[in-house]
Design a protein around this ligand. Sequence first.
Ligand code: ZN
Length: 147
Amino acid sequence: MPVEPVAIAQALGLQVLEAQLDENTLGALVKEPGREPTILLNQNDGQHRRRFTCAHELGHFVRRSEEQDEYARIDLRNIVSTTGEEPEEIYANEFAACLLMPEDEVRTLSELGMDDLEMSLRFKVSRQAMQFRLKNLGLMASALQEA
Ligand SMILES: [Zn+2]
């Protein structure tokens, strides 16, 4: 802990680059036929957001690998898609949450009385992402008391 999504992406054969992207673009997964897949992260974003974006784009990569889809497209993650209701966006967001905040670990820390702020620092995610994860696991009530 914390999980390092960039290292995991690299171990899976992806290139991870920080790039100058416009302020509404959090990142992208770029895959062109015959070339290594690449995750782009917005160099102006903070560490927590870059980590989540990397994990999110990794989710897209894993899903498409499972489908053995030889795709050639650029997947832009922008502010709109963070709350997206498209199945692929939901999948990528859940993948990122599970990767960065493993359920067993979250449950253990919650039982030990750690609150959402402490956990967000431990997992190196935004407090908002941590609260969302706790809510999804049905653990948010106790975290709210602490906050
Ligand atoms: Zn996405």
